[in-house]
Ligand binder design. Structure first.
Ligand code: NAP
Length: 164
């Protein structure tokens, strides 16, 4: 079985999305996300897939959860109509990253081994939130705090959690 991890960027109040997009523009987090996930398998919900500006993420195996499977073969990604089927598609992968959105994080939170969370320190308008995390079940194994800078409007922290 592959190692399965969540990757998410969330505000201090757990906000993750607004009007089908991210609530912020944080290039440093985009870079971090790319470095972490490139070469691996990414699992996402249909709404997150539809929010990607250029379609499937390059150099990664993209698996998209949807109850409405495409007719014929989907271009550049795989579809699954249940979490069970999605995990079956991942069975030969070394590392699977669950990349959202809220609906998929909620279903996977109890199954993942680790979480790569970017905490974005600011107040944001949001309509989508990460599910509640029971921190007594998780150990923060690393954390890097970064101030805002000319490219990134908000301070942010890269944290890694392992299930206890
Ligand atoms: N901050 C972050 O790190 C981050 C990361 C990702 C996304 N986001 C944001 O989160 C928002 C989207 O999240 P969301 O919760 O609305 O949507 P989502 O989780 O991306 O997608 C939900 C859709 O996925 C499909 N789905 C989910 N579970 C399924 C299952 N077990 N079996 C079959 N299909 C399943 C369904 O698609 P069908 O309707 O096609 O059946 C469902 O409507 C956006 O604002 C996005 O920008 C933020």
């Amino acid at each position: 079985m592959p190692k399965i991890s969540i990757v998410a960027a969330l505000a201090d109040d757990y906000a993750i999305g607004y009007k089908k997009k991210l609530p912020w523009n944080l290039p440093a987090d985009m870079k971090h996300f790319k470095a972490l996930t490139t070469g691996h398998t990414v699992l996402m919900g249909k709404r997150t897939f539809e929010s990607l500006p250029n379609g499937p993420l390059p150099n990664r195996t993209n698996i998209v959860l949807t109850t409405m499977l495409s007719e014929g073969v989907a271009e550049g990604y795989f579809e699954a109509d249940s979490l069970e089927d999605a995990l079956e598609l991942c069975s030969n992968a070394d590392q699977v990253f669950v990349i959202g959105g809220a609906a998929v994080y909620k279903q996977c939170l109890d199954y993942v081994d680790s979480m790569y969370l970017t905490w974005v320190h600011g107040d944001f308008k949001a309509d989508t939130y990460f599910p509640e995390i029971n921190f007594s079940k998780w150990k923060e194994v690393s954390r890097e705090d970064h101030p805002a800078d000319e490219k990134n409007d908000y301070p942010y922290s890269f944290s890694v959690y392992e299930r206890i």
